[in-house]
Structures are given as C-alpha cells and as structure tokens.
Design a protein around this ligand. Structure first.
Ligand code: ADP
Length: 518
C-alpha cells in the first residue's frame, strides 16, 4: 500500500510543475529588477552600512564620470560632499524611509554638479538594514533654468526701472511744456485726431471768456454751439482744420482783435492733430490806426499849401506876373517839378492810408482797358521819344468793357507803364499788350530795363520798397506805386504779378475777371 495511487501521483506532478513555474517567475523577476536597475535613467547606487559603494548603474557612472571599477569599493564621500552625505546616510541607516538632500557631486571630469540625492534603506529578509539605495537627480539643468529665470527677472526689473525713468523724464517734459503753454501770452487751442478739443490754455479762456470745462473734449460741431467761441470755430470751419493757415484776422469784440493761425501736426506724430494759436493784435491795430491817421492828416494838411505853391509857380511860369528871364524860368521850372513830385507823394500817401483804412471807395462803370492804356500812353509820349524807346502797344480787337473804377484803375495802369518807361534805359524796348482770355482780360507790360535784383523781388509789392539798382540810378520815386496798384487790381477781383531778371528786363502783368467784383 506504499505505492501511491494513480491519483496521488498526478497531484505530485502538478505541484512540481507549479514550483517550476514559480522558480522561473522568480528568475525572470530578478532579471527584470536587474534590467530596471541597469536601464534606469536615474543614476542609482547601492551603498553598504559603512558608506562603501557596492554597486552603481550606468547612469550613475555617466553622471559621476567614473566607471564601475573606479567607483565600487570606494567610500561614498569620494563623490559627494562629505558632511551632507554622512548626515543623509545616518538617517536612512537608522531606518528612516526616504530622505532627500541637495548637495554637490564631484564628478571626475566636470565642475561639481548640483544634485538632489534620495536615499532609502535596503533590508534583508529579517528586515534588518543592510545598506541603502541612493539616487542622484541632476539639478544642473534646473539650476541653469533657475539662473536664467533670475537673470531675466533682473533684466525685467531693469527694463521696468528704465521705463519708470523714461516715464519720469516724459512727465517732466510734459510739465515743462504745459507750464510754457499755460503761461503763453497767446491763446492756444489744440484738437486731437477725432477733432475734439484736447487743450485750452488760460489765455484762450480769457480771450473767449469761458472755462475750459465748457469745451474740453467736445467735438468741433458742439463747440460751435458755444456762442462765445463761435466766431473762431466759424473761421476754422471755413478754412478747414486740415489746411494750415496763418494770421487770419478776427474781430471778437469792439476792443478785441485777434489773429488766428492753424498749425497742422503730421499724422503719426502724437495724438494732437491741430494747434490753433490766437494772437491778440488789438494794440498793434490801435498803433497802426493811429499811424495811418497821422499820415492821412499830415498829407491832407500838406495838400492845400502844395497846391497853392503849384498855382503860384504856374502863374510865374506862364508870365502872368511879368516876363521871366531865361535863368529865372529854368529855376522856377525846377521848383515846379519838385513841387509836382511832392504832390504825387502826398496823393500816394493819401491813397495808401485810404486802402489801409478800407476807405478806398470804388465807383464801378464800364471801362475799356485798352482805351484807358492808350490815354495814359499819350501823356507819356514826350518821355518815350526823349528816351528813344522802341515802344509798341497791341490790344485785342473786341475787348469787352469791364466794370471798373476808372480813376483808380488809371492810377494802377499808369504806374505800371510809367515804371516800364522810367526803369528802361535809352534805346530800350517796351511792349504792351491787352488780351481777352476765357474768363478775364490780361494786360502785360514787358521791358528791357534794369530789372529787379533777385533777392529783393519778394518785397516788390510792399510799401516804400525801391530796388537798390534804381536808387543808384537816382530816378525819382516813392516806392508806393506797386503797393497801390496791386491793391486796386485785387479790389476788382484780379491778380497782379511779375517776373524779372536784373540787367535784362521785367514783365509786369495783371488780370481782371470779366465779371469784376467791386
Ligand atoms: P517807384 O517806382 O515810385 O519807386 P513802385 O512801387 O512803382 O515805386 O516800384 C517799386 C520798385 O519796384 C521800384 O523802385 C523799382 O525798384 C521796382 N520796379 C518797378 N517796376 C519796375 C520795372 N519795370 N523795372 C525795374 N524795376 C521796377
């Protein structure tokens, strides 16, 4: 009966088979653990209770820069900071489960590497501590990133500081600018790109008798509803904010005349689009008026004695007061012409004052400009032949009659023709043409005279201007003729201009619209 039954035999075989499988499992588990150890990317080492390295994985070799044989059997302090690693080891050898500490790893090749060291006790089957596992996590990348982070933090702080400084500077500049604007003796109004009032300085508040809160931030159209400032807005609207203009006169009250200028700030240069400058010219106007009045009164006062002299001299010359001797006659003749020049000057001065006071009254009547020119030329014939000038006059056949103030227009035309004759040397050429164009009549007076020096040309239509070259010639003149002539032409809605080359000649021309405005 010792013999096992067939059934029992079968059970034994099954048990053996199971054990075999279990053993195989254990072997493969060991292999697995070994593989895990070998291929772990984390540097791992196994250290004895007396801190001697017993085993290291390839990652550990790589990090430390030593190979297996140079590490195994060596004290762990060979590659870690002594005090720190001992302290860590003490803890785990006492049985503390996991400990971690940051320290330096002294690698063979490189500078010390910052690492985070983890340690865990290793126990035998009896649960006694037989050493410890040690893992070292390379912190150099993290440290580098940390440092970079710190650097960029510092850089950011620097930028912030710079920005703060720039902001302070800008603030100071702004304060300076606004102090200047605040204390300016001109009124300033600024518009932003949306055509809203962005700035009103105290002088502008004064001029328009309003507080800036009344219009600040308001649009152009809502500002125009504010009665006190409406005249200014009208000027701005008429001319357009987009176009620069300067010194447009505006009478705000009886005792307040201003000149308005608009400065356009190019796009892309800040949020302000326009600066309107309002300059108080009341005082200048008063002085100007007084000056004109003074000239006007003096000229009037001079007229009567001058014409009395004229008639006395005329009587003398005509022999009404007895025959004169040749020498006496010559003398009186000279005096007569000097007196004539004085009368001319006084008349011109009176015309200028009338223009300036806006009292140059125009009495329009139909005038044939060609005929008017012919009349003037006739009076100049003696001088023309005396100077032996090559003189020509041409006019279009069917010149329309224009509505002109005949006497004023005579003054203008006479001045231009007389100038051409006066400022052309003997034997020179003077050509006059009157032509009808589509919407206007044009008169051109061309001469081969002394011309006008280039650098003086821009002053030609200003009062009392006389070219340096004609002053040298010692020709008589007042420098008022062209100023008066241009004003007369403009008052009829026409334009007057010239071109000239010193030593070669000049061409003066003016146009008058067919529908003259007077
Ligand atoms: P006036 O002839 O009395 O000096 P105007 O006002 O008529 O004054 O002219 C101003 C100046 O312009 C003249 O003094 C002269 O220098 C210059 N001028 C005007 N017309 C001519 C011209 N045809 N040729 C050269 N210079 C001229």
């Amino acid at each position: 009966m010792n013999e096992k039954t067939k059934k029992e035999k079968g059970a034994d075989e099954a048990r053996e088979e199971k054990i075999k499988l279990l053993l195989e499992d254990v072997i493969s588990l060991e292999d697995y653990a070994h593989d895990l150890f070998a291929f772990s990317p984390l540097p791992i080492s196994f250290v004895s209770p007396v801190n001697v390295i017993l085993e290291v994985n390839p990652s550990f070799e790589q990090l430390a820069g030593y190979d297996f044989s140079q590490l195994v059997g060596e004290p762990i302090e060979k590659i870690f900071e002594k005090r720190k690693i001992e302290n860590l080891a003490q803890g785990v050898l006492k049985g503390e489960e996991v400990r971690a500490k940051e320290m330096l790893l002294f690698s063979k090749k490189k500078d010390p590497i910052p690492v985070q060291v983890f340690a865990k006790p290793r126990r035998n089957e009896e649960e006694e501590v037989v050493g410890y596992f040690l893992g070292a996590f390379d912190l150099s990348e993290i440290k580098k990133t940390e440092q970079e982070l710190r650097q960029s933090q510092t850089a950011l702080l620097n930028i912030l500081e710079d920005t703060e400084e720039a902001r302070k500077k800008a603030e100071q500049e702004r304060e300076k600018t606004s102090a200047i604007i605040e204390s300016l003796s001109d009124g300033i109004l600024a518009f932003n790109r949306e055509k809203r009032v962005a700035l009103v300085n105290p002088k502008a508040e004064d001029i328009f008798e309003l507080g800036q809160e009344e219009i600040r931030g308001e649009s152009l159209s809502s500002v125009s509803a504010v009665e006190k400032i409406n005249p200014l807005i009208e000027v701005i609207r008429e001319r357009g904010l987009e176009k620069e203009f300067s010194r447009v006169e505006l009478s705000l009250r009886e005792d307040l005349i201003v000149e308005v200028s608009n400065i356009v700030i190019p796009k892309g240069k800040g949020e302000l689009a326009n600066i309107i400058i309002v300059h108080d010219v009341t005082r200048e106007k008063v002085v100007e008026r007084l000056k004109t009045e003074f000239v006007s009164i003096s000229a009037h006062q001079l007229r009567t004695p001058l014409s009395a002299i004229k008639w006395s001299l005329k009587m003398l010359l005509d022999g009404d007061l007895g025959e004169l001797e040749k020498e006496q006659k010559e003398f009186i003749e000279k005096t007569y012409w000097s007196n004539e020049r004085m009368i001319n000057l006084v008349n011109s001065l009176l015309n200028v004052t009338r223009i300036e006071e806006g009292r140059f009254i125009y009495k329009p009547e139909p005038v044939d400009l060609g005929k008017l020119a012919e009349e003037i030329i006739r009076t100049l014939k003696p001088t023309i032949s005396k100077k032996n000038l090559n003189f020509s006059f041409k006019k279009d056949k069917n010149l329309p009659r224009l509505k002109l103030d005949r006497e004023k227009m005579r003054i203008a035309v006479q001045n231009i023709i007389e100038n051409a004759v006066k400022y052309t040397l003997e034997g020179g050429k003077v050509e006059i043409r009157v032509v009808k164009k589509e919407k206007e009549v044009e008169m051109r007076v061309k001469d081969t005279g002394v011309g006008i020096p280039k650098e003086q040309q821009e002053r030609i239509f200003t009062k009392f201007f006389r070219g340096s070259n004609v002053v040298r010639l010692e020709t008589v003149g007042t420098g008022l003729g062209l100023f008066i002539a241009q004003n007369i032409v403009r008052a009829h809605g026409g334009e007057m201009d010239f071109k000239s080359r010193e030593g070669e000649g000049s061409t003066f021309w003016f146009t008058l619209p067919l529908e003259t405005k007077v």
